[in-house]
Design a protein around this ligand. Sequence first.
Ligand code: ADP
Ligand code: ADP
Length: 232
Amino acid sequence: MIKIRNVSKVYKSQDKRIIALRDINLDINKKEIFGVIGLSGAGKSTLIRTINRLEEVDKGQIIVDGVDITSLTKKELLNQRKNIGMIFQHFDLLSSKTVFDNIAFPLQISKVNKQIIYKKVNDLLELVGLSDKKYAYPSQLSGGQKQRVAIARALANDPNLLLCDEATSALDPETTKSILLLLKNLQQTLGLTVVLITHEMEVVKRICDRVAVISDGLIVESGKVDDVFFSP
Ligand code: ADP
Ligand code: ADP
């Protein structure tokens, strides 16, 4: 589903050059949960953000469902992004909007009919187990609940790919477990492909099918989780 080919990325800040990605090649299959693990500064965030082009690459291609993301016009990219949901470490909800309106937001931008939005948001709330928080504001929610709202919002346009940027790093271990379980359920019930980045081995061991280890912008190992992290 995703083919990352010879991708390199250099940040230029003032007179410094920071090489964030060095000739990365990766294949991510449809309907798998793929993890990228590495230390802070290894290039994980840069890598996952190239998949929906929140970050531009300097070299290489990112092919998602046959479409080379790196060669799209701005307009084509906005359209393509409906197919790619994303969630973040700090949830990035709109604090002045209710849970309902946060989830409805991407649908409103897509100019979906009000009746359909109402039904869709209620379905999504049920899917993530938050129907009773419909009219709450983000500040009234726990971290786990906020991430559930963010997941519902990310799924509003029915994407088949979900990108998770350190999605459980701000959560305690129990909440992390419940969010990972939700992601696993979504992968199975909706047939989602999930790409996640994390610095925590537990996250990878708990839900990933395959994993790549990134260090200093290089993929140093990749394969099935059991093969990469042998645990007796
Ligand atoms: P990770 O997600 O694994 O912590 P990042 O992708 O955030 O790694 O960062 C990779 C490298 O690129 C780091 O050395 C980081 O300092 C640098 N970097 C990230 N974003 C920028 C930026 N906007 N400008 C300059 N350097 C950056
Ligand atoms: P989740 O159920 O999504 O995993 P958490 O584990 O973070 O969420 O929270 C467990 C439960 O504790 C929640 O369902 C919620 O009812 C309650 N809770 C925790 N913190 C808060 C808060 N700040 N405001 C309201 N309820 C909270």
